[in-house]
Design a protein around this ligand. Structure first.
Ligand SMILES: C=CC1=C(C)c2cc3[nH]c(cc4nc(cc5[nH]c(cc1n2)c(C)c5CCC(=O)O)C(CCC(=O)O)=C4C)c(C)c3C=C
Ligand SMILES: [Fe+2]
Length: 491
């Protein structure tokens, strides 16, 4: 059952406490054994707090069209040209050191060995990989969030759910050629990013760390260590932050770094979200503008943003900023389109729900049917939570939703391609990396937090857990809610 990766599951996971403003711009991350707290508060910390060993620098890359950028520190003058470069850190005092550091980085570039770690989900490369890939995904406590006392059920449950879901997933992957294109596209993006950074006079090594399939994050980190990287920028390839995506990968990184004395001293800067960057927004607007032109009556087209969903509890109970960031992102894209004289109607819905719980609404399939009933004739689907083509664009949108739309009375269908290696987008990501470099700080974790997989160390406890876990998981799966989910083909 662990065929996928021996490393996965041995990694201990600590909680991640997310506190973020409504606009998702100020954040701090604290490793903690507690559940992710409710509520979203702005956090500012004093210079004294900056030296606390448990802190981790997370950079939220800002969309900076506004001249009155608030750096959170009075009397800091930043010329407009520089403002666009500011990767805002969660602590205002850090911003004050940005300019010294940015020059420092430039002058020490020759001695530094800078690494960029791209984080992504990973996908099965063959149909044979589908079930173990799904196991890795469902074994992640950031994907199936069980209460602490039921954490021992995580892996048996992952086994059951992955086996149950595999046939449906396999159908999807078979329909798009027998595997996920994610690895290939992420490789291409990594190469494009390396070239873009080289062209900007920032030679770096780019590494790929996938969360659930090869090349695993653990492997990338080993390579980073071997290569003697002296400063690392971590860039999740998800524009918006979610506990289930970037959050999960960052948590994994924290646990790897915490266990390793060398890595825990390595300066690291994490760009946790970048949905509001000007380059990203403009690149998305370009793609939408181009695609609108392919319709015979572009002005009548409904722009239909379809984002990957998350369970409602992530947002309402755990404070996941994903929904807020998604809405803000779409606001920025529409604002950009309006500035170009494009005033089409638009809507946002969430796709790809899995399992019997409530996910973010409205659901993409339901909205498509409603729009058809309301007489909408032209629809342009815009996948907005991911920057490469994947099963949910190629199968779910291009096949399932397109057919549903045509059956629902929508006559003209279009879909905006994922950004992939679009040069304006890659160039902007390269800028985000350069901006983040000065904020790199050691991820030193002085204390060890309780792990959700603590029992993995003890083979006896592990065996007991597995045995009782399987029995309990069986009964859980037989619950009426889950049975109906099976019947409705939700799993
Ligand atoms: C921002 C993007 C994503 C969020 C948020 C997200 C949350 C999330 N996903 C699942 C379950 C599955 N996701 C699957 C595939 C998948 N998920 C994303 C992105 C996000 N997921 C991508 C890009 C992909 C496709 C990868 C590929 O191979 O092309 C799958 C497997 C496919 C399937 O069976 O549908 C599952 C399962 C949950 C439960 C979740 C939030 C809790
Ligand atoms: Fe997903």
């Amino acid at each position: 059952m662990e065929a996928a990766s021996p490393a996965i599951g041995r990694v201990k996971v600590s909680g991640l406490d997310s506190r973020t403003s409504r606009r998702g711009s100020t954040k701090s991350w604290h490793p903690t054994s507690a559940f992710i707290g409710r509520g979203r508060k702005s956090v500012s910390c004093s210079a004294g707090e900056l030296n606390k060993p448990l802190e981790l620098v997370a950079v939220s890359s800002r969309h900076s069209t506004d001249d009155s950028v608030n750096l959170g520190k009075p009397n800091v003058f930043v010329p407009v040209s520089k403002r666009k470069l500011v990767g805002q850190t969660f602590c205002s005092a850090r911003v004050g050191t940005f300019h010294e550091n940015s020059f420092g980085v430039a002058s020490h570039a020759a001695e530094e060995k800078i690494g960029v770690l791209l984080l992504n989900l990973g996908g099965p490369e063959t149909l044979h990989d589908v079930q173990p890939f799904l196991f890795n995904l469902f074994a992640d406590p950031d994907i199936i969030r069980l209460p602490r006392m039921f954490r021992f059920l995580q892996r048996p449950l992952a086994q059951l759910i992955s086996v149950a879901r595999a046939p449906k997933s396999k159908e999807g992957y078979a329909a798009i050629g027998g595997g996920s294109p994610l690895r290939k596209i992420t490789d291409e993006q990594a190469n494009a990013l390396r070239s873009a950074l080289e062209a900007k006079n920032f030679p770096v090594d780019v590494y790929i760390g996938m969360r659930y399939w090869h090349p695993f994050t653990e492997e990338a980190i080993q390579q980073i260590k071997k290569d003697g990287v002296t400063k690392l920028v971590v860039l999740p390839l998800y524009p918006q932050f979610s506990i289930s995506t970037s959050g999960s990968s960052i948590r994994l990184l924290q646990s790897i770094f915490r266990e390793d004395s060398h890595l825990s001293r390595l300066p690291v800067s994490i760009i946790e979200s970048w949905y509001e960057r000007e380059g990203y927004i403009k690149s998305m607007a370009n793609l939408i503008e181009q695609e609108l032109r392919t319709f015979s009556r572009p002005k009548e087209v409904m722009i239909f943003f379809s984002a990957h969903g998350v369970p409602v509890s992530y947002v309402e109970d755990a404070g996941d900023p994903y929904k807020d960031q998604m809405e803000e992102c779409i606001f920025f894209i529409m604002k950009e389109l309006k500035s170009r004289g494009i005033n089409n109607k638009h809507t946002l819905a969430y796709q790809s729900r899995v399992g019997p719980v409530q996910w973010l609404k409205p659901y993409t399939d339901e909205v498509i049917v409603e729009l058809g009933q309301k007489g909408v004739k032209s629809l342009l689907a815009v996948p907005v939570s991911f920057v490469s083509e994947h099963i949910e664009t190629l199968e779910e949108i291009d096949m399932e939703y397109k057919n549903l739309a045509l059956e629902s009375g929508i006559e003209n269908w279009g879909r905006v391609p994922a950004l992939g290696c679009t040069s304006s987008f890659i160039s902007d990501l390269a800028d985000a990396i350069i901006e983040a470099l000065p904020s790199a700080t050691a991820m030193t974790m002085a204390s060890r937090t309780i792990s959700s997989d603590e029992t993995d160390f003890d083979p006896f406890l592990k065996a007991i857990n597995l045995f009782f876990g399987s029995i309990m998981a069986f009964f859980l799966l037989m619950s009426p809610k889950l049975i109906s989910a099976f019947k409705n083909n939700l799993l």
